[in-house]
Ligand binder design. Structure first.
Ligand SMILES: [Zn+2]
Length: 326
């Protein structure tokens, strides 16, 4: 999977994001720079109940799709094709690493949020981002997956408010409910931090990493639906799918590789050959289910997998998930 863009191109677009706010028609909006690459846009007349919306991209510097979603959304605002009913805080996370084509510097920025103490550029950036977004009531964090995804999905910190928001912005969503992280002393993802502050915060995985216009317009669509939701539009009935987590699967050995055609939501059957080992020995699945967050795929960069991390998470498809929780 080659990248169809250069680091220079991404850098230029990051600068376009920044310069957009300098030239934005300030009769329409009041612009305030809260931090580098994080801005507050206030319309002249806010619609009650005066909620503050957060929009975030590049929490992982190499997941560039979200940057183009925000640029497209901003251009709609600029052309007057979309009206902003409330204040938004819009920003880029790991922006300096993105300019270098890197996911992060030393530590995954999206595990540096919350009540955690750490050193280095990623922790410093996390502090700035948390401060800028702390007043948000509703937020959307745009991501992409490193390994192939059959479709977009929402890894969700489960509560009724986040579910209502997902239902409002994509009633056909695929949702992977996640338990809240244990906050104490451990860094958490951006949305988890916001949820812990009472914000209705949702993360979306738009699809496989890269530049894909279908994903970009899907992302813009989510933002427009989110604005409607803020205005009180009732969410539609949920017609999507829940994929509850069954459990993490750890590597059978450091030399084990998943089949390269497997990705998020690939269905695997017990006994199926799901990969091989260096030397050619087959790797057989011990359980059936749907794959999520697969790592250690031969030919793809092994950016995260190590011996202490699962190579994939196994999911169930459960149409009665909500009923079972009630
Ligand atoms: Zn990500």
């Amino acid at each position: 999977m080659g990248e169809s863009y250069t680091t220079e191109f991404i850098k230029d677009n990051i600068e376009s994001f920044k310069s957009f706010f300098a030239k934005l028609n300030n009769e329409k909006y009041t612009v305030k720079e809260l931090a580098p690459y994080i801005y507050e846009l206030t319309p002249p007349k806010e619609t009650p109940p005066n909620k503050v919306i957060g929009l975030m991209a590049l929490n992982h510097g190499n997941e560039v799709g979200g940057l183009f979603v925000l640029l497209e959304f901003l251009s709609l605002l600029d052309k007057g094709l979309v009206n902003l009913p409330v204040k938004i805080i819009i920003g880029l996370g790991s922006v300096e690493s993105a300019k270098l084509g890197k996911r992060f510097f030393d530590k995954d920025l999206n595990r540096c949020y919350g009540d955690v103490i750490g050193e280095g550029k990623d922790f410093q950036r996390a502090k700035v981002v948390m401060e800028a977004f702390k007043e948000c009531h509703i937020s959307l964090d745009l991501h992409q997956t490193q390994t192939p995804s059959a479709h977009p999905f929402f890894p969700m910190t489960f509560n009724s408010k986040t579910f209502e928001l997902i239902r409002a912005i994509d009633p056909q969503a695929s949702i992977i409910p996640q338990k809240p992280y244990d906050q104490k002393g451990k860094g958490v993802p951006f949305s988890h931090y916001l949820v812990s502050r009472g914000c209705t915060a949702v993360t979306v995985e738009l699809g496989t990493m890269g530049l894909d216009y279908k994903q970009i317009y899907y992302g813009v669509h989510l933002i427009l639906k989110l604005l409607n939701f803020t205005l009180g539009k009732e969410p539609e009935k949920f017609r999507g799918s829940f994929f509850p987590r069954r459990g993490p699967v750890f590597p059978p050995g450091p030399d084990a590789w998943l089949r390269s055609d497997l990705g998020n939501f690939s269905e695997i059957k017990k006994g199926e050959v799901i990969g091989d080992y260096d030397g050619g020995k087959k790797w057989i699945a011990e359980e059936s289910g749907f794959l999520a967050f697969p790592k250690a795929i031969r030919g793809l960069k092994r950016t995260q997998a190590n011996e202490n991390e699962p190579v994939y998470v196994l999911l169930d498809r459960d149409p009665d998930y909500l009923k079972n929780r009630a």
